[in-house]
Ligand binder design. Structure first.
Ligand code: DX5
Ligand code: ZN
Length: 216
């Protein structure tokens, strides 16, 4: 499988979101990445259910919803109804991660587990077989446009090993600080999906930037 690109709307122009959604629809991007922040799990508040429901009406590609919220089980069903195709919860925010994963799967969505930069991949040893995707945070979650944390390469290699060892089909998604320089290296280490906020939306020609991120 060639790698997928998931632009994060966190860096889009909220005054004219429709235009950016159309750009992503037209582009070679594969998914929409939607960052939901509650101001508790992360020190920022972004957008939630009503906004995602509206975006869904204009978007033509799958919704990859990244929940940066405490106790996400409470909202899984509602994000699914709002249009989420993949729902990722943070391991650090779930006391019963196995239960959270099956709550997502039973809702009909694919289940992702997100790990903060400090959380070891080994935490997933007994759950990787149940997980459709692992989202490795390559910045501390909360804001777009931050600097990529280099230790992520090491974590991708470890995760890839774990996936192979446990015969898991989980995909690896990298989120935070992805740019045109590190993207090829991330994919060659084993990343399946690259989330890109700032690199796409702050560029002069976002559609062309997506093309460059997709073709190397
Ligand atoms: C950070 C979010 C990311 C963010 C990525 O908390 O999870 O999805 O929007 O943005 P960039 O690509 O600008 O680091
Ligand atoms: Zn994200």
């Amino acid at each position: 499988m060639s790698h997928l690109i998931a632009p994060s709307l966190l860096s889009a122009n909220f005054l004219n979101l429709g235009k950016d959604i159309e750009m992503v629809n037209r582009s070679q991007a594969d998914w929409f990445h939607l960052d939901v922040m509650d101001g508790v799990f992360v020190p920022n508040i972004s957008f939630g259910l009503p906004v995602i429901e509206k975006i869904k009406k204009a978007a033509t590609k799958p919704f990859d919803v990244h929940l940066m919220i405490v106790d996400p089980d409470r909202y899984v069903e509602r994000f699914r109804k709002a249009g989420a195709d993949i729902i990722s919860v943070h391991a650090e925010a779930c006391v019963h991660l196995h239960r959270s994963i099956y709550l997502i799967k039973n809702s009909g969505a694919k289940a992702g587990v997100a790990l903060n930069p400090h959380t070891p991949v080994s935490l997933l040893a007994d759950i990787i077989g149940d997980t459709d995707m692992v989202l490795l945070m390559s910045v501390n979650p909360g804001f777009g446009g931050q600097k990529f944390i280099e230790n992520t390469y090491h974590k991708i290699r470890e995760l890839k090993e774990l996936i192979l060892k446990k015969n898991s089909a989980a995909l690896i998604e990298i989120d935070g600080g992805v740019d045109l320089k590190n993207a090829p290296l991330l994919v060659s280490e084993g990343a399946d999906i690259l989330v890109t906020g700032n690199t796409v939306f702050a560029s002069a020609d976002p559609e062309q930037t997506i093309r460059q991120l997709k073709n190397f």
